[in-house]
Design a protein around this ligand. Structure first.
Ligand SMILES: Cc1ncc(COP(=O)(O)O)c(C=O)c1O
Length: 386
């Protein structure tokens, strides 16, 4: 890895490997086989990788669908130039469904009141493509079982009136990253019941779906017509304790780099960073790395994490600051390249290791990285259809 080749003019750089994302989507698609559509989830700025990059790469890898959470994200997706099928699923009361429907994005209804709002937004011959979300046990969003009769009946009647077309019926797992958890079987059962209810009322949603990355990989019975893969398209495992990226044939797509902006020799007994939570036990050379919690470096990484500097691991010393971290690095010089995390192929720490050091999940590590760090595409941009 040539750390100097990209972003050396910046304090900190997030390098995004679009080719890896496209390859990951291809790998996942071939794992699920034909007959199951792939939705790549590009919400939250493509899990920190950039929505435009994630969308372009996912389409290049063969994703028929893209998924985002909010209506604003749906419009942002269209601004990136994407014109393919897409779904969004999180809206506040009074949200502007009209502009999202006009942009050709499928919207999600989780209640009868949301269905009415969506139908109201479909005027002048515009037919809204709507997917119905049911709660099967996550207890977060989606119509609960007690409301299904009314919910499905209203959807059918609005469809018969011609204001909407029900394109999908879907739900979301709570524990798919623990494949043996009994909630998975239970949720799948409840989802199958919801499908039967909807069909009994006369709805024929083309896409029934419930699987996130973990269920896509580890619960084949839950793939239905479509799988919604997020973390895995970015090359990360939904549960690294079950299988690593490498085990899954996935390539992590984010490498975070920075440039050493100061280096100094500290004597024994020197306190490092705010609060002097670290005090040198012997003379120590340290490097100042210009990323902090404003760039999404978790403060929980203080005195825990490592970075890659001059071909070796360097321990973080003291508290993570807003703009800066300090690492122990015997040969550090101003201008040296630092890799905060990357795929791990060259010995650098991975997002999975950072997650373990910070007692969190890899999702949070990649999604929160940003702030003043500049995002660049690491390899040549993928071409759609490549
Ligand atoms: C509704 C929905 N589907 C799919 C996903 C993708 O999940 P994962 O990143 O675990 O694949 C998410 C992400 O949280 C989601 O909210």
């Amino acid at each position: 890895m040539n750390a100097k080749s990209v972003g050396s003019a910046h304090l900190a750089t997030i390098c995004v490997d679009e080719v890896a994302i496209a390859a990951n989507v291809r790998t996942l698609r071939s794992a699920v086989g034909s007959g199951v559509a792939m939705m790549s989830v590009v919400k939250a700025d493509g899990y920190g990788h950039g929505m435009g990059s994630a969308a372009r790469a996912a389409r290049a890898g063969g994703a028929e669908w893209l998924g985002v959470a909010t209506l604003d994200e749906a419009l942002e997706l269209r601004r990136t130039g994407d014109t393919g099928r897409a779904l969004c699923w999180l809206a506040e009361p009074g949200a502007d469904f009209g502009s999202v429907i006009a942009a050709g994005v499928d919207v999600t209804a989780s209640s009868t009141s949301q269905l009415r709002e969506i139908a109201d937004a479909c005027s002048g011959g515009v037919v809204g493509r709507v997917q119905l979300k049911v709660n099967t046990g996550l207890s977060r969003n989606g119509a609960p079982e007690a409301q299904w009769a009314e919910f499905f009946a209203l959807a059918k009647s609005l469809q018969d009136q011609g204001s909407i077309i029900v394109t999908g019926l879907w739900s979301h797992f709570a524990c798919a990253d623990e494949p043996d958890h009994p909630a998975n079987e239970q949720q799948e059962l409840v989802f199958r019941t919801a499908i039967s209810h909807a069909e009994a009322i006369g709805l024929e949603p083309e896409f029934k779906h419930i699987a996130n990355s973990a269920a896509t990989l580890w619960r084949p019975s839950a793939r239905f017509d479509l799988v919604r893969c997020g973390i895995s398209i970015y090359g990360l495992s939904p549960n690294p304790q079950i299988a690593s990226s490498r085990d899954l044939g996935l390539t992590p797509a984010m490498t975070v780099k920075a440039t050493v902006v100061n280096a100094m020799d500290l004597p024994k007994g020197a306190g490092v960073s705010y609060g002097h939570t670290f005090v040198t036990e012997h003379p120590t050379r340290v490097a100042l790395v210009p990323m902090g919690y404003a760039e999404g470096i978790p403060r929980h990484a203080s005195n825990q994490a490592q970075v890659w500097l001059n071909g070796q691991r360097a321990d973080l010393l003291g508290l993570v600051c807003m703009d800066q971290i300090v690492a122990a690095a015997p040969r550090a010089q101003i201008g040296d390249d630092v890799i905060v995390f990357g795929p791990g192929d060259h010995g650098e720490p991975t997002a999975d290791e950072w997650a373990a050091w910070c007692q969190t999940i890899n999702y949070e590590i990649v999604t929160r990285i940003g702030g003043r760090a500049k995002r660049v595409v690491m390899t040549p941009r993928v071409q759609e259809g490549s």
